[in-house]
Design a protein around this ligand. Structure first.
Ligand code: SF4
Length: 440
């Protein structure tokens, strides 16, 4: 249920018309025929989002969370399993042939690694001209003029036309990539980690160039990145993605100053050093384990297996935060063990020397629960799980899952409006009956 709080404070961003309206977009990869009936990978799992004309939207999240798949879908390079991507009332997911090519002409893409994304056997002139050739843009002479204009536009020289990518620095190569993306005068640029392969000083120059281009050409930018400090600098709004879901979307200043979702808080707190944009009082949150396999996402909240603010189990309402945290850490360790041991036999592991120095589950459990005074019933379950984990970690996991089930394991969180600018967050803690994430 979405709370009905009318947006009041605006900075002009809220009133901009959307260029793209994405509605419940799902992208799944079903390769079950290859691996014997496994469920599909849910790369993008029901994303709804507007991208407003002229804004820079930052899309952040850990590697593998679905950012790139989502971005590629916006330009027709990934097929949607369901949902809509509307532009001026037309659903892009339905387009093909000339209509899709016409939309692709309106979008430019800049990729992460300029070294990888430029063909080293083509001259810079040929590279920038490629999209013009592909779309049969004007005649040969006009294409050449356009390439020279673009070189100038991105701060390169005429003589660079005949050079090859390997003769350029990383920053210059990324300028070539930007020139290529701008060739067909797009209105929308998708920048997929555009500066993460560059030195910091070069990053700043490329970012300045992008900002200039946006102001001069009125571009809409989708800036995909894992570097939150960078996103804070460039984006008007930020969308935070986890396991193919958007967990928080809102104005950059609000989201960085007072992150509403536990996942956003965890990401911000992980930014090292004094440059961290996280509020001081946030402290450092260490995320347990790794993100779940998108083929088997949690059935409740996607972040439930790692969330530091997870709501305690209904069956044990008196567990302290420390006790619940130890149980959740124990579950995460069993999950990781089950995942890393699958497919490799014990004898092969011994021969390869894998895991020989790793502590047993028993030793870990002893350390985790030392000094804690668990309620007797909970303690009994932990002891059973320890015993069962020696021979059957999956059974131990199942026991812990059923005994210590939280509402977060069961209910997918709805989208809640969390401030007067219309920022949204998906977390059950926004329900009235629970403490807000920032009170944990
Ligand atoms: S719903 Fe629960 S698990 Fe998900 S972010 Fe909120 S507190 Fe954490």
């Amino acid at each position: 249920m979405t709370q009905a709080i009318e947006p009041q404070e605006t900075d002009g961003q809220e009133s901009r018309a959307p260029l793209l309206e994405i509605r419940n977009l799902q992208i799944q990869y079903d390769d079950s025929s290859l691996i014997g009936g496994d469920p599909p990978v849910r790369a993008v799992d029901g994303v709804s989002l507007d991208i407003r004309r002229g804004e820079t939207l930052g899309l952040v999240g850990e590697s593998g969370c679905g950012k790139t798949t989502f971005s590629r879908a916006l330009v027709g390079l990934e097929s949607a399993t369901s949902g809509e991507i509307l532009v001026d009332g037309t659903d892009l997911t339905e387009l093909e042939g000339p209509a899709l090519r016409e939309w692709q002409r309106r979008v430019g893409m800049v990729f992460q690694d300029p070294q990888e994304s430029l063909n080293d056997r083509m001259t810079v002139g040929e590279i920038i001209s490629e999209p013009l050739d592909a779309h049969d843009w004007q005649d040969q002479e006009e294409r050449e003029d356009r390439v020279f204009e673009l070189l100038d536009r991105v701060g390169l020289q005429e003589e660079h036309f005949y050079r090859y990518p390997h003769q350029f620095s990383g920053g210059q190569r990324q300028r070539v990539g930007i020139a290529r993306a701008l060739a067909l005068e797009p209105e929308f640029l998708i920048l997929d980690e555009p500066v993460s392969a560059l030195d910091v000083s070069v990053q700043a120059r490329v970012i300045n160039l992008l900002e200039e281009l946006q102001a001069d050409l009125g571009l809409t930018l989708l800036f995909v990145a894992h570097d939150l400090s960078l996103v804070r600098h460039v984006a008007d709004r930020v969308a935070v993605m986890y396991l193919g879901n958007l967990l928080e979307v809102g104005r950059t200043d609000r989201l960085f100053d007072a992150p509403a979702n536990p996942y956003t808080r965890s990401l911000l707190s992980a930014i090292p050093g004094s440059a961290s944009p996280a509020p001081d009082e946030l402290g450092e949150i260490t995320l347990r384990g790794t993100p779940p396999n998108p083929r088997y996402p949690p059935s409740g909240c996607p972040f439930a297996t790692r969330c530091p603010a997870k709501i305690p189990p209904e069956k044990y309402p008196d567990l302290s935060a420390e006790e619940f945290d130890a149980i959740e850490t124990f579950r995460a360790i069993l999950r990781e063990r089950a995942r890393s041991s699958s497919g490799v036999s014990a004898s092969l592991k011994r021969r390869l020397g894998i895991g020989t120095s790793v502590r047993t589950v028993d030793e870990i459990a002893t350390e985790l629960f030392a000094g804690l005074d668990l309620p007797p019933e909970a303690n009994e379950v932990i002891e059973d799980a320890r015993t069962s984990a020696r021979s059957d970690p999956a059974a131990a996991l199942e026991l812990l899952r059923t005994e210590f089930a939280s509402v977060c394991d069961r209910d997918p969180p709805a989208e809640y409006v969390v401030d007067d600018t219309g920022r949204t967050s998906r977390c059950l803690r926004h329900r009235e009956e629970y403490d807000d994430p920032d009170e944990i």
